[in-house]
Design a protein around this ligand. Structure first.
Ligand SMILES: Cc1cc2nc3c(=O)[nH]c(=O)nc-3n(C[C@H](O)[C@H](O)[C@H](O)COP(=O)(O)OP(=O)(O)OC[C@H]3O[C@@H](n4cnc5c(N)ncnc54)[C@H](O)[C@@H]3O)c2cc1C
Length: 509
């Protein structure tokens, strides 16, 4: 028997990042869900995918690469279907390359003593670090690990290795300083203040896909824009921050006698929406700050613990435009080595005096014919959060001093323009991405992803569902993890109502 449209379930999606858009796109392609609303707090779609103009070009304030662009990667597939990628990225050859993380770009290592370090020295240290890092992924099924964190494991191993080094003292210190650079780089990758915060046991659970990381020639933001266009226009409401999600109730609309809804969502402006189901895709950073008041009745203890225990740190970008490059023409990556630092010596904690030391790498935006001479610096952790509190002028002055010191040229012209992300201050994000922190595990990710009511014996259909990168056990912190999590929750609803459509994986373009 045909169900009348009015009787069909109402679904709300909170957040228009890739998880929310993915969920909405999949649901809107099914006849079972004509009553779909997407509520977004800000004035744009994309969330942590955020392309912005920097002069005449577009740069990425959030996600930059498709990590592992190959068949299994849904972001790659969707972007290819929309025609957003260039031929090289889509080539079979590109898809088959396995780099196990970030691609190796031609790099120059500048040191705080104003010199360029020898590629041989750097290569040896890089090989050592990457071997040790590979080892940290082997503890997944080990019942008891000797140290709790990736950082502590790495330092323990390095301390052992140093004893066997036969180099002179200066070379030893320099090698340790380069190792420290790699620690800071890993902080950017994991979006954490220190690798001592990243849990060792579950570290190997993060999965990497084949394919040489690629970018969007027209900006990553083209992807959420295309996804948004495919949704019914009236279904997406911007500037609608949700303040509370009430569930387990029996809410009635004045106009609709007889029908009650278990979910009521209230926005900052007081407007209320009733629904049968709500898919929450807000970032873990937002949940950490607000979960106690955001969800009513409050989350079960297991879920609240997961929110507290999982990690959500900050990684920011600082774009600098120069009149003339100070780096060699073929250089695509500038790495910074502070010669007085070592992973075996505790770092200073005076943020004001030394925040800029955490900015550890600059990507040279390619190609120069298009971007001019633009560097994208990466900075993670508390130093990154401190940087957010400074003015553009203060950031520019500090980084000019750093670059003059690195190049040994006290007269080097300052960058002519600066722009940076401020993900920790962003009220609806409160950081950059999630990681599995010491004291948590992949089980916490699964607990976070569990819909409410949680009890399998509860006869009520699931009312509150959770998506977002932090709910994907193996692809957390990525755009593909976010998109897959949105599809997962849409499929959960599709299977509740219309099993024949739940496995139809092709979204409506
Ligand atoms: C600096 C940086 C670099 C990155 N680089 C990469 C990369 O190169 N490759 C990669 O794969 N990933 C990268 N990521 C991670 C990637 O961007 C995210 O994992 C992914 O975009 C998250 O999508 P999401 O839908 O889960 O969350 P979001 O994109 O954060 O979407 C959540 C949405 O919810 C909205 N919201 C929040 N609170 C409310 C509320 N109360 N009411 C209504 N709406 C609300 C937000 O405004 C937002 O639009 C990067 C992230 C950052 C910050």
């Amino acid at each position: 028997m045909e169900v009348a449209d009015g009787a069909r379930p109402r679904v709300l999606v909170v957040g228009a990042g890739l998880a929310g858009l993915g969920a909405a796109q999949r649901l809107s392609s099914s006849r079972a869900f004509p009553h779909l609303r997407l509520l977004e707090s800000t004035g744009r779609a994309g969330g942590r995918v955020c392309s912005q103009r920097f002069g005449s070009e577009v740069v990425e304030m959030g996600a930059h690469w498709i990590h592992g662009p190959s068949k299994e990667n849904p972001v790659f597939q969707l972007a290819s279907d929309y025609g957003l990628l260039d031929e090289e990225a889509m080539s079979e050859e590109n898809q088959q390359i396995e780099v196990g993380g970030h691609p190796l770009l031609p790099a120059v290592f500048y040191s705080s003593a104003g010199r360029v370090l020898s590629p041989e020295l750097v290569e040896g240290v890089r090989n050592l670090f990457s071997t040790l890092l590979d080892q940290t992924r082997e503890f997944l099924h080990v019942p008891q690990v000797s140290v709790p964190s990736v950082g502590e494991y790495l330092r323990k191993e390095i301390a052992q290795q140093v004893k066997e080094w036969t180099d002179d003292d200066e070379t030893k210190w320099l090698k340790l300083a380069v190792l420290n650079t790699y620690f800071k780089l890993e902080c950017c990758v994991s979006g954490t203040h220190s690798m001592d915060h990243v849990a060792l046991g579950p570290f190997g659970e993060y999965a990497m896909l084949p394919g040489l990381d690629c970018t969007f020639p027209g900006g990553y933001g083209g992807l959420p824009d295309c996804m948004l266009t495919s949704l019914p226009k009236e279904s997406v409401l911007f500037h609608k921050p949700v303040t509370v999600v009430r569930w387990g109730g029996s809410y009635r609309e004045e106009s609709q006698e007889g029908r009650t809804f278990p979910v009521q969502v209230e926005c900052e402006d007081g407007e209320r929406f009733l629904a049968d189901h709500v898919i929450i895709t807000v970032p873990l950073g937002f949940l950490k700050e607000h979960h106690e008041t955001f969800i009513d009745p409050p989350l079960p203890p297991r879920k609240a613990d997961a929110i507290r225990q999982l990690g959500f740190g900050t990684n920011n970008k600082i774009f600098l435009e120069f009149e003339q490059p100070f780096w060699p023409p073929d250089c695509q990556l500038i790495e910074v080595v502070w010669e007085d630092e070592s992973p075996l010596v505790e770092a200073g904690t005076d943020l004001q005096a030394s925040w800029f030391r955490k900015l550890i790498v600059f990507l040279v935006l390619q190609p120069p014919e298009r971007y001019g001479h633009v560097l994208c610096g990466f900075i993670a952790g508390k130093e990154s959060e401190y940087m957010e509190t400074l003015s553009d002028a203060a950031v520019l002055t500090a980084l000019t001093d750093v670059i003059r010191r690195l190049t040994g040229n006290p007269h080097l012209a300052p960058p002519k323009k600066v722009m940076r992300s401020q993900w920790h201050s962003a009220p609806y994000t409160r950081g950059s991405y999630s990681y599995v922190a010491v004291g948590s595990s992949g089980d916490d990710i699964d607990a976070l992803a569990q819909p409410l009511p949680e009890d399998a014996a509860d006869p009520r259909p699931q009312q509150v569902l959770f998506a977002g990168e932090a709910t994907h056990r193996t692809f957390y912190s990525t755009t593909h993890g976010a998109l897959l999590s949105g599809w997962r929750e849409a499929d959960r609803l599709l299977s509740l109502y219309d099993t024949s459509e739940s496995h139809q994986h092709k979204p409506r373009l």
